[in-house]
Design a protein around this ligand. Structure first.
Ligand code: NAD
Length: 369
């Protein structure tokens, strides 16, 4: 892939060349110069639906990182991806040879796109190999796993990002900005919900051991973080309910989860995560004034902000994941903090754990952080 040279960076590099020595370069310019030489290499681990339909195509559009490696248990997939993305066979791994990534200097970032129960194990193994890691949501099976992942990143002195593409999405950022702007009053009520008719026999997402709790684990993180980011605070307590509409499909988990988060200033968020029916909306209200995104959370849905007095669409990338991965690459190159950090993933899982407890206990539960 041809490196992208923005006019300002071209100018900066030209100026640096005129000065004749890297000693004159500021750290930022040095980082720019370094990026021109080499994009960071990403290896995708798990070539399932999300990797195939979203992450692979998104990696064709990234500026600071590129797809350079794959880990798959299916040799036919390896051959197909090598052809499609020009991946060298030397950068193609199986789960048995995963640990050899340690000795592959072309792979800087390992991206874990595996079923939920494998997230913590593979993230920790990759960090221990000295790689930076992006791990898909939900970060782990529970808060304890998330803490272990954060500790592993600290110990290895490597960065960890959670695949929260919406942390970088312009409509979501605008929703957050408006929600926290004090002059229109404070938030009183939110609704954040996501659901699809997607439960099918054999799907790992509805297997309690592999998925950890159906729609709550799969879709819950989106709607929980939307509420937290709009409120600019973490909820203090939760009431929750679980419903089963097909006992053959849902064993030890619920098909539809609903819950109500209470925030420190008494703002309330009502949420649903469902594998039984479609819903996709994010509504924040301050008395009479409100802002709504509908659809809100699906990857590549056309987003527009609807308010009490109109509607507007903001410029956004074709693939939200390209922005997310580039942001992480910049964090690595510039030594800046990760926005969709492990700490953010941990908070979401602490809330998920509290939702499970609230359903079990049948009462409001304080959320421990
Ligand atoms: P998928 O089932 O399509 O893919 C999972 C991949 O893992 C498959 O290629 C499968 O072969 C592989 N795998 C390796 N070992 C396995 C094992 N022991 N059991 C089962 N599969 C195994 O799932 P997906 O939709 O690609 O989701 C993968 C991850 O990405 C999940 O954690 C999911 O939550 C996340 N995801 C995130 C988003 C997002 O918008 N951020 C969207 C979709 C999925």
């Amino acid at each position: 892939m041809k490196p992208h040279h923005s006019p300002s960076r071209r100018k900066a590099l030209k100026q640096a060349a005129l000065l004749g020595s890297a000693a004159f370069l500021s750290p930022t310019l040095l980082a720019c110069a370094k990026t021109e030489e080499k994009k960071l290499g990403i290896a995708l681990v798990g070539l399932g639906n999300y990797a195939t339909v979203q992450l692979g195509p998104a990696l064709r559009q990234t500026q600071y990182c590129e797809l350079r490696g794959i880990v798959t248990g299916t040799p036919e997939k390896a051959t197909k991806w090598q052809k499609e993305y020009g991946i060298l066979p030397a950068h193609s791994y199986s789960y048995e040879t995963f640990d050899r990534l340690r000795d592959d200097p072309d792979i800087d970032i390992v991206y874990i796109v595996l079923p939920n129960f494998m997230h913590a194990e593979y993230t920790i193994r990759a960090l221990e190999m000295g790689k930076h890691v992006i791990c898909e949501k939900p970060m782990g099976m529970d808060a304890a796993e998330c803490r272990a992942m954060i500790a592993a990143a600290k110990k290895a002195n490597r960065l960890l990002q959670i695949g929260y593409r919406l942390f970088y999405e312009p409509h979501h950022l605008e929703m957050m900005r408006w929600a926290q702007e004090p002059h229109e009053g404070r938030i009183k009520l939110m609704e954040t919900s996501l659901g699809f008719d997607m439960a099918r026999p054999g799907l790992w997402r509805i297997d309690k051991r592999m998925g950890g709790g159906g729609a709550l684990m799969d879709l819950g993180p989106y709607v929980i973080q939307a509420a937290r980011r709009a409120a600019g605070a973490n909820p203090v307590s939760v009431r929750a309910q679980g419903y089963v509409d097909d006992p053959e499909l849902y064993k030890g988990i619920y098909g539809t989860y609903t819950w109500q988060l209470r925030f420190p200033d008494d703002a309330l968020c009502n949420s649903t995560a469902s594998f039984s029916a479609y819903i996709d909306r994010y509504h924040v209200a301050k008395g009479h004034h409100y802002t709504e995104l509908k659809p809100a959370f699906s990857a590549n849905a056309k987003l527009s902000l609807r308010t009490w007095d109109g509607e507007r669409t903001l410029p956004s990338a074709e693939f939200q994941q390209a922005t997310q991965m580039d942001a992480f690459a910049r964090n690595i190159l510039d030594g800046t903090p990760v926005v969709a950090s492990g700490e953010e993933g941990l908070i979401d899982m602490q809330i998920v754990d509290a939702i499970k407890q609230a359903i079990e206990k049948g009462r409001e539960v304080e959320i421990g952080y």
